[in-house]
Design a protein around this ligand. Sequence first.
Ligand SMILES: Nc1ncnc2c1ncn2[C@@H]1O[C@H](COP(=O)(O)OP(=O)(O)OP(=O)(O)O)[C@@H](O)[C@H]1O
Length: 814
Amino acid sequence: MSSQVTGHPSSTGGTVKDQEIAAEQRYVDVAYTRLEEMRADAQAMIREGYRQSLAGTKGSLVDRDAMVHQAALRAQALDVADDGLVFGRLDLASREIRYVGRVGVRTRDHDSLVIDWRAPAAEDFYRATPEDPRGVVRRRVLHSRGHTVVDLEDDLLDPAAADGMTVVGDGAFLASLARTREGAMRDIVATIQREQDEVIRAPAEGTVLVRGAPGTGKTAVALHRVAYLLFRHRRRFGSRGVLVIGPNRRFTAYIERVLPSLGEGSAALRSLGDLVDGVTATVHDTPRLARLKGSDAMADVLRRAVADQAPGAPGELRVVFKGVVVTLDRARLDRIRADLHRRSRGSVNAARGRAAEALLDALWQRYNDVGGPEAAEAAEGAEAGLWNAILAADGLASLDDEPAAGPRGNGDPKRARFDTKIREQSAFAGFLAAWWPIRRPLEVLRSLGDPDRLRHAAGRDLDRADLTPLAASWAGDGAPLSYQDVALLDELDALLGPPPRPSRRGAPAEDDPFVVDGVNILTGEEVAGETWEPEMRELSTSIERLERSRRVDDGVVEERPEYAHIVVDEAQDLSPMQWRMLGRRGRQASWTIVEDPAQSAWEDLDAARRAMEAALGGERPSPRGRSRRNRKPPPRRARHEYELTTNYRNSTEIAAVSARVLAVALPEARPARAVRTSGIDPVVRVVPGEDLPAAAREAAEELLGQVDGTIGLIIPLALEESRGQLALGEPDASPAWDAAARDRLAAGLPERVQVLDVLEAKGLEFDAAVIAAPETVAEQSPRGLRVLYVAVSRATQRLTVLTADPAWERTLTG
Ligand SMILES: Nc1ncnc2c1ncn2[C@@H]1O[C@H](COP(=O)(O)OP(=O)(O)OP(=O)(O)O)[C@@H](O)[C@H]1O
């Protein structure tokens, strides 16, 4: 028999629950004492590592690096585990008792005191249910503050086996879901649910695809999966081998504490706006521009832009050889350039040496076509006769016996002499530098701010009407970069390739007039520059080395890092171009993809899906249509699909409002099941359009008195901010939501109120939310209803919606 008790007094004083807490505290104290010893051991190991380095031999340096690195990781994990070390206990039918915690703790004799939550032995803690108890009789969750156990909650999974076992609890899990949100996501390690655990522990190979409605824990689960993978496969995924991608920087700031709180600081956390080194997105494009920039047609446009003549490139090459003027005109130069680009895709910048050779070939051909050798011979003949007579008088060799110089000529000394003489001419070197310049991705993108250039690059891939707003968005050095622009810059980087790599041989040659952008113009050879660091010292991992080697000169990405595992959150919003950007970083990777198609702001989901498949398949991104035609499709990698079905964020009352929006946005979709009822009904109010901003601010002020935590004031997109697209077919946006209005809304409000637009609200959550003008949000893009669905599903406790349209009031209140 078991007894279910909540705060009943016991015969020995205090409540039964108090006694249970005290007993658990004694165990937890023992675990902490041992944790302290383990931390001291880790610190001693770090000191030992440094001591070994004093020995100074190469071998000991490597040993030291490895030892210090491992010990530092260990020490860091143990430090983090200090807060709430033990959070679970399992009582098994076999009478074995297991404690589960943030890290594994063993006695000096190697007996287990606490099992790491990621270890196989902890799996039952998350998986056992009354229907499938897996040998577990009672599961107990311990709630602690620092080192102190403050509460307990039990689940009795196998009543028949619970002889004499005390069971305490009063729904602390549900209560914890209602806790105040402090602006940053927290880990859920103590309360992971079964369906979530299956995702977290899914196989490390291939692709794990997770779907679920808002609030089902997709983000939380993805982050815990990272911690799990790093724990179980540290060799493979450790040291920045894992990349976690979120939609924007607000979101990454929101989730960045979760992994460190799990003792994992080694994954790279990036938003789509700062995935490319040296650039940061600061704006979202309007829906129309985002659709254009994100579409895979852009890959072809950029390829043509790179192959096009660089701005300021000369249209004619003119050199003089032996008194003969040799010219390459624009048409001839264009043909040479096109041919070079065909052969240099992905290494355009490095092809400068090849460009020099191609020009020399064409000049030589031209020189022969215009009868250069004969003319030169005739002119030389008379002069040479005179010189040879003078040389012979001095006992020297005649001019004709001069050895051929230069590396080329196919053994033809005349051709070799021609090449050498031409290469030496500053006109040739200057021409080459301007005609085949080392190009940077940003400079190419900016060049498309010129509508003529864009028209040329666009071919038939873009509508004429789209060219003007696109060009306008890139024109001007100071134009802000958008999230979609970052993917375009990455594409350009992949097309241009790194600049010619300075050679490690030879001294820096900055004084040599024939060295242009790191290439010796005479030989086509790459020459060391001052910034090149051939020796890497004291780097402990290969990934760190890779990271270092990426930065040369002015921050140009030299080698793009690749990751062993990539986690993509809010994947439903990625454009094809963004998938291509990710695909380049994970050609050998396994993936965790987390998405809710019902929340997608992206219009062409089919195109995005194709791009996703190409990225996951490790396919080298290539221009549309070309990729699969002549190549065998890559072997499909293992795929594991999961669906999360319980909404842990919204109260049932708020979930009902978001279900009504979903019914309009996507009638066939099923909302998740919310588990927590608050008794607080959302407020939907009709307000005259011009009063919406003032009413929104008032509503936020009212909520300040009703919730202790964060409040999101979520407004429509400020389309008019985006560089003049309104006149070009964007739906009308009320200036009520522009930057100035936004500042007015936020002025004087405490920090826990955040004013943000509907796209910035992705993935975030607040204690309370105010949604202003749902009708505007719904109309702003073809996917506006889905964007609204995102907005109304952000709040945990209170929701206020302000609309100027009574029809929306009816829709939202049902
Ligand atoms: N097992 C759990 N125990 C406690 N809290 C949980 C659990 N699962 C999820 N939560 C909480 O529910 C909230 C929603 O989780 P999360 O943000 O991961 O959902 P999501 O599915 O990514 O939502 P969205 O699609 O809106 O971005 C978070 O506060 C998270 O901490």
